[in-house]
Design a protein. Structure first.
Length: 384
């Protein structure tokens, strides 16, 4: 039977109420909204929602071997999804609403606050005039503790073969929002100490000035840097950020940890200018091998000059879904007809995020990006 990688998203899960207005209202004024939308939000859940669409589209396109097949034939790896998040009572209406948007992600490992009926809520004022988003959050739920994460991982280990694809779970990948750095660091260190989890780790460094995020980068295999975070740290552009971070990570002893089995990958997005990526060599690092500097790859943003921007909420989460899909489902492996280069992974993620902002929400992104995915696959097959 083929094997799968289980991607576990760890982060807050919210219900977003989006009010689209002609312009941002003045204080103490009244303004009629042109539309109102209610949908599930949260960085990690958004990423999982998009990722499950990409996996479903791969299935529809016949990319995966049959479940009963004993060989992979070099085809893309299965990706199953699970979420670890704090939610209100398991059977309440709000939790059912959240569950309905993640039909292929396993929510059995979430932490349910049975005495709470209200979820984390975000109220988003989206201005049509200048495409800005103003967000007001409310969180009535106590944050996840390390002990609760530890218990959730225990459940994961008990259910390695009970995932969506029917394939055996061979590897795990944990993606952290980086929401509460102190707790997140404990969680990552536990994963590193538990060989049965066999997990690679990715983390977002998004909020500028949030103490403890740099420590997460030292521990992770894949790091997503936001422009806001980079500028908050004094970096003037994405390339400078990645080169400086690569030097820091290479010098840090944690990146020579023998438990790291995968190649490190750093990504920094810079809005309309696109995204930059850098692959770190496999440990142990040898500074003498890096005399010519880092190979930072750039991919321009996907820009549609015909269609107007509709909704930028979740564009960054969509980009991350594209990168994770590339790294897990199309891992770099010379000679493999389904491998993607760093540039191709960035191109796909940019194309996916660029398509997302042309529509409301995330529905249909798997289908709308299918041609781009097939084009990159064809490029790889031709190259080999």
């Amino acid at each position: 039977m083929p094997c799968a990688t289980l991607l576990v998203g760890v982060g807050a899960c919210a219900i977003d109420t989006i009010l689209t207005v002609p312009h941002f209202p003045a204080e103490d004024s009244k303004l009629r909204a042109t539309s109102l939308q209610k949908r599930r939000g949260g960085n990690a859940p958004n990423t999982l929602e998009v990722l499950q669409q990409l996996v479903r589209q791969d299935e529809n396109d016949g990319a995966y071997p049959d479940v009963d097949s004993e060989v992979q034939d070099g085809r893309p790896a299965y990706i199953d999804c699970a979420l670890i998040s704090v939610l209100p009572a398991k059977t309440c209406t709000n939790t059912e609403f959240i569950r309905s948007s993640l039909d292929r992600a396993d929510l059995d490992f979430c932490i349910y606050r049975e005495d709470q009926m209200e979820p984390v809520s975000s109220y988003i004022i989206a201005s049509e005039t200048d495409s800005t988003r103003t967000i007001v959050n409310h969180n009535p739920l106590p944050e996840m503790t390390f002990d609760e994460f530890h218990m959730a991982c225990g459940k994961l280990l008990e259910h390695r073969t009970r995932m969506d694809s029917g394939a055996d779970i061979e590897d795990m990948w944990f993606h952290f929002e980086g929401r509460v750095p102190e707790t997140t660091l404990e969680c990552i260190q536990y994963i590193r100490s538990e060989p049965r989890l066999n997990g690679r780790i990715s983390v977002e460094l998004e909020k500028p000035g949030r103490e403890g995020l740099q420590a997460l980068a030292y521990e992770a295999d894949v790091v997503f840097y936001s422009r806001n975070w980079a500028e908050g740290e004094g970096y003037t552009n994405a390339k400078v950020c990645l080169e400086a971070q690569a030097e820091l990570l290479q010098q840090h002893e944690l990146h020579d940890d023998p438990r790291r089995s995968g190649q490190g990958f750093l990504v920094c997005t810079w809005g309309a200018l696109g995204a930059w990526g850098l692959r770190l060599p496999l440990p142990p690092f040898n500074p003498a091998e890096n005399k010519e500097g880092w190979d930072v790859v750039h991919s321009p943003a996907y820009i549609n000059n015909v269609r107007a921007i509709v909704d930028t909420t979740g564009a960054g989460d969509t980009f991350i879904a594209g990168i994770l899909f590339s790294l897990i489902g199309r891992p770099v492996d010379d000679g493999d007809p389904y491998c993607w280069t760093t540039k191709q992974a960035l191109d796909f993620a940019n194309g996916l995020a660029g398509r997302k902002i042309l529509q409301q929400g995330f529905d249909g992104l798997g289908e709308s990006s299918s041609a781009l995915r097939a084009f990159i696959d064809a490029q790889c097959a031709t190259a080999t």
